[in-house]
Design a binder for this molecule. Structure first.
Ligand SMILES: CC(C)(COP(=O)(O)OP(=O)(O)OC[C@H]1O[C@@H](n2cnc3c(N)ncnc32)[C@H](O)[C@@H]1OP(=O)(O)O)[C@@H](O)C(=O)NCCC(=O)NCCS
Length: 157
């Protein structure tokens, strides 16, 4: 329950990621395909992984505010990459710190991710927009929408 509380608080305060859902759904996310980093038994880093076309996408990357710029983001992505194994990995971001983490780990900025990945990414974008509209998350929609042209796709092949 402590982890659900932490995750929901992080999702509420960070407008660049998906909105928080119910406790039950967040519990499922935490038990599912994700990477987690702990300090002194407390969850301080979290990232989700899911199949998107011919890639595995790493998304919803969150590091506790008290632990940022200490290498935790890097540790988290390294852990996610290890868990994913030998598959093409994709991460879309406009966050400069996130972009730096990815560049440092040899992810390359790519234009076109391929037909299937692009199709599923577009579908997921509309699904996320709908979920934000249903939750009346207008601030989040504005935040993500206004810088949409700044999103870059990073790939690790
Ligand atoms: C993005 C995030 C996960 C990074 O986590 P972190 O623990 O701070 O990452 P690290 O400490 O491993 O590395 C951060 C790197 O970015 C650099 N950095 C920090 N702020 C920066 C900025 N504004 N511009 C450019 N680089 C920046 C740091 O110097 C560091 O690079 P270095 O190792 O070469 O010095 C964290 O800031 C976060 O949770 N942000 C909010 C949620 C979010 O927007 N997630 C991304 C969604 S895709």
């Amino acid at each position: 329950m402590e982890e659900v509380r932490w995750l929901k608080a992080m999702l509420s305060s960070e407008l660049e990621v998906r909105p928080p859902t119910s406790d039950k759904k967040e519990e499922k996310y935490l038990a599912g395909n994700c990477a987690k980093i702990y300090r002194d038994g407390n969850l301080i880093g979290y990232a989700e992984m899911r199949k998107v076309g011919s890639h595995i996408e790493i998304s919803t990357v969150l590091v506790d505010k008290d632990f940022r710029s200490q290498g935790v983001g890097r540790e988290l992505i390294e852990k996610a990459v290890k868990q994913i194994g030998n598959q093409k990995i994709l991460c879309c971001t406009k966050n400069p710190a996130m972009a730096k983490v990815l560049q440092n780990l040899s992810f390359k900025s790519i234009g076109w991710p391929g037909f299937w990945t692009a199709t599923i990414l577009t579908f997921n974008t509309f699904a996320r927009l709908l979920s934000m509209l249903i939750r009346l998350e207008f601030k989040r929609i504005w935040r993500q929408g206004k810088g949409i042209h700044k999103y870059e796709r990073y790939e690790l092949n």
